[in-house]
Ligand binder design. Structure first.
Ligand SMILES: C[S@@+](CC[C@H](N)C(=O)[O-])C[C@H]1O[C@@H](n2cnc3c(N)ncnc32)[C@H](O)[C@@H]1O
Length: 289
């Protein structure tokens, strides 16, 4: 059972891996992916940008590349780039990394269908140094595909990835963008039973049952905190000092403005950023400075 820690006015169970440990949680996530409101704002927007710019992205690659997909999930969007690279004569070694075995199986099947070589890593994203070391043996450069998963991690994690990169490597990140003044509307899109189920998956690890919390996402600084208000405290957590009315955060989704996103990247990397027509989504390929 996971033990939350109290920090910045809320109990934290927001380590990203906690959202994807069981089959039930994976089903909740895949259910979200297939929901038009969530999928439209996130996956479809990114897919369209990748389709539009994949030739430019692949044009940056050397003849041989290890595509390391950090938190691959089903990897459909990454496979689009890898398959196009292969069609254009590049040698692409696909290295999906995921804590969840079932996600890795789906990612592997999607990649093999395109004739790609697959080197699965059932481990934590935090193990990236070892994975990069192994992947370098199969290719001339690495392309770290972190996508929108970076928005669930602290910004400082990008510094860690940056220090494992060499000149000639790439980091790919993406994000749903926020416009100033839009925060309340953005949080309102999180009032969904599917997202509530996704949160409940994490809360169950800590000993809560349905009905013992009230789903209440909030916007803090630049992040939607997926959070719930505690109604009944499991005895183990009462012993830690948790009380009814306290807030528990189960996941973070950073939603930066385009300016914030570009600044975060250019402080650390040499990014090329593309946005969609309505300015609601951005993708970026970053080189080491
Ligand atoms: C939001 S999904 C993104 C899937 C895919 N990259 C995409 O953009 O559609 C996050 C994925 O990362 C995995 N994941 C989350 N935290 C992880 C961690 N610390 N280590 C390994 N995998 C992790 C989850 O199992 C899940 O498959």
């Amino acid at each position: 059972m996971e033990t939350p820690i109290y920090k910045d006015g809320a109990w934290r169970l927001d380590d990203p891996k906690l959202s994807y440990l069981t089959d039930e949680q994976v089903n909740a996530y895949l259910g979200l992916e297939n929901t038009p409101s969530y999928s439209g704002a996130m996956h479809d927007a990114e897919r369209q940008l990748i389709e539009k710019h994949k030739i430019e992205i692949i044009g940056m690659w050397p003849e041989s590349i290890a595509l390391i997909d950090l938190g691959s999930g089903p990897a459909e969007k990454t496979v689009v780039k890898a398959a196009e690279g292969k069609r254009r004569g590049k040698r692409v070694a696909f290295h999906p990394v995921d804590v969840n075995k079932r996600m890795l199986e789906i990612a592997g099947a999607n990649a093999r269908r395109e004739g790609l070589e697959v080197f699965p890593h059932n481990c934590l994203i935090e193990d990236f140094e070892r994975v990069i070391g192994e992947a370098r043996k199969t290719a001339g450069a690495v392309y770290l595909n972190f996508g929108a998963t970076h928005t669930n991690f602290p910004v400082s994690f990008l510094d860690k990835l940056g220090s494992a990169m060499k000149k000639g490597d790439f980091l790919y990140v993406s994000t749903q963008l926020r416009k100033k003044g839009e925060e309340a509307a953005l949080v309102a899109t999180y009032s969904s039973p599917l997202l509530e189920d996704f949160a409940l998956g994490v809360l169950r690890h800590a000993g809560f049952e349905r009905g013992e919390v009230e789903w209440k996402p909030v916007f803090v600084k630049d992040t939607v905190e997926h959070s719930s208000i505690v109604k009944r405290v499991p005895p183990r957590l009462a012993a830690l000092g948790m009380k009814p009315g306290d807030r528990i955060v189960t996941h973070n989704s950073r939603k930066q403005t385009l300016g914030e996103f570009k600044e975060m990247l250019s402080q650390r990397f040499e990014p090329t950023v593309w946005t969609n027509g309505d300015g609601s989504f951005a993708i970026a390929v970053c080189r080491k400075k």
